[in-house]
Design a protein around this ligand. Structure first.
Ligand code: CA
Length: 483
């Protein structure tokens, strides 16, 4: 078998066209094979160590194997905004529970943003309870419904303030408790919503950091949690974390969408009539007054990451996608209103520190109104009011300041959001040895979504497998055959 060089191992990635992991992929010119040392900052000791450790890794075959479906049991906590800003966490929860026999689920936490609460998780567990007898005929490793109810916790209900953390919650305490268990395995924390409870857990118990493996669906979640994210990024750079701002789109954009695998067809073809969970998936999910049956499941790549692939090696192929080492996390601070000439990277953190000026009240209050967000300003000790914003699209945003500060009232600004470049990926941040993010390589982009092809290439595989799971719930007749 071909062995990888140290440099190859540091920079390898998966090429869906060839179905192989290829070295040197961080180079803007793949034909050059690898990154010239002068163009990269990989010389930090840890990267070399990781590279050396990977030297013995053979180039894997053109399929994702390993994972929970191959018998590796992973410890899992899911933090979800189910019932909140999107309907698709209900779909993802159905999917998760149908794989509960191959995962050690230790916690289900209701997190911000929006109206989602613990009761929405319990609602899906109630459906699971109805299918549980049939699921048990397939394997006795499905956990009893009451065991799942017992590990369902209410997390934070509001987005974090400027500090990024506020108070311990049942959910954040549960993360700490699970992470401190005497179990040699890492604890995988899958963040489907606001990242507040994870930030709070690390704030309250930084000793748990080495135990955590976090897969964070960023994008819209990061948009709603800029302060909690910023706290994590600045206070815990050593955290092991996949920051998926665009790769996750591959679960529902692109790939094999033919026939029954199409987003609009899957539920009717493979979920309808498959017990309580399947029926709910096909016909029972309503959101904002509309029935939702089109397949989305944007948070499910976090679970798929554990099902097929090696979760310790996010640069290798797997159902959860492939990632590269993160570069310095994009952040831009301005002490003035910005204009369209000012730029920030997609899903970066924009911070405005606007001087209060003349005539400011003793209790200054202001909001930054930007599209569907009204971001609360934080008055600092230096006479400025601060806002953090995370843009989830690459375009020009416009905003207006509203509040009781005369110098700022009604003032407007703009900011131009640009996608990350390949140059970014040439410069992994040495202070973040275990922070991973979307691979900006052009042949992995689906539409505007960088890295999405590292997931959608597996669409047929992960959807056929999910369909077989749903089939487990189908009622049987007196003869024991499916009805
Ligand atoms: Ca979600």
């Amino acid at each position: 078998m071909k062995k990888l060089s140290v440099l190859d191992a540091i920079f390898l990635r998966w090429n869906p066209a060839s179905g192989r992991v290829v070295p040197g992929a961080h180079s803007p010119n793949p034909s050059r094979g690898r990154v010239p040392p002068s163009q990269s900052t990989f010389g930090n000791a840890l990267a070399i160590f990781v590279g050396a450790a990977l030297w013995l890794v053979p180039v894997p075959a053109a399929h994702a194997d390993g994972g929970a479906l191959a018998g590796h049991r992973h410890r899992v906590i899911v933090s979800t905004d189910i019932g909140g800003t999107d309907f698709d966490d209900f779909q993802s929860m159905v999917h998760l529970l149908l794989y509960a026999d191959v995962l050690d689920i230790e916690g289900l936490i209701s997190s911000p943003y929006g109206a989602g609460r613990k009761e929405h998780i319990l609602q899906v567990i109630d459906l699971y309870a109805r299918d549980y007898p049939r699921l048990r005929t397939h394997t006795d490793r499905y956990p009893p419904p009451d065991a799942l109810r017992a590990i369902t916790k209410q997390g934070e209900t509001e987005t974090a303030p400027y500090a990024g953390v506020r108070r311990a919650t049942e959910g954040s305490d549960w993360i700490v408790r699970c992470a401190r268990r005497d179990d040699p395995r890492p604890l995988h924390v899958l963040v489907w919503g606001g990242i507040e409870d994870l930030a709070q857990a690390l704030h309250d118990a930084p000793d748990i950091l080495p135990k955590l493996r976090v897969y964070y669906i960023g994008g819209p979640n990061k948009k709603w949690s800029p302060d909690a994210y910023h706290y994590l990024a600045t206070h815990h750079p050593a955290l092991w974390l996949i920051e998926s701002n665009s790769t996750y789109y591959g679960w529902f954009v692109g790939g094999n969408q033919a026939g029954d695998l199409g987003a609009e067809n899957f539920a009717e073809a493979h979920a309808a009539g498959r017990g309580a969970l399947g029926e709910f998936f096909a016909h029972g999910i309503s959101f904002e007054g509309r029935k939702r049956s089109a397949l989305k499941m944007g948070d499910t790549p976090t679970v798929a990451w554990l099902l097929r692939g090696d979760p310790a090696m996010p640069f290798q192929p797997g159902w959860g996608g492939s990632y590269v080492r993160a570069w310095a996390r994009p952040y831009a601070l301005f002490d003035r209103l910005t204009t369209a000439a000012d730029r920030i990277e997609h899903c970066g953190i924009l911070e405005l520190a606007l001087p209060l000026g003349e005539g400011a009240p003793a209790q200054p209050e202001a909001r930054m109104v930007i599209e569907n967000q009204s971001l609360v300003g934080h008055a600092d000790a230096a006479g400025a009011i601060r806002f953090r914003f995370c843009p989830k699209e690459a375009k020009i945003y416009r905003y207006t300041i509203r509040g009781n500060v005369p110098a700022l009232e009604g003032r407007t600004g703009e900011i131009t959001v640009v996608p990350p470049s390949l140059t970014n990926a040439l410069q992994p941040d040495p202070t973040r040895p275990n922070w991973w993010t979307d691979d900006p390589t052009p042949d992995l982009i689906e539409g505007p979504h960088r890295g999405a092809r590292t997931i959608n290439a597996w669409r047929e595989g992960f959807l056929r497998d999910f369909a077989a799971r749903l089939e487990r719930c189908r009622p049987t007749g007196p003869d024991g055959k499916p009805r």
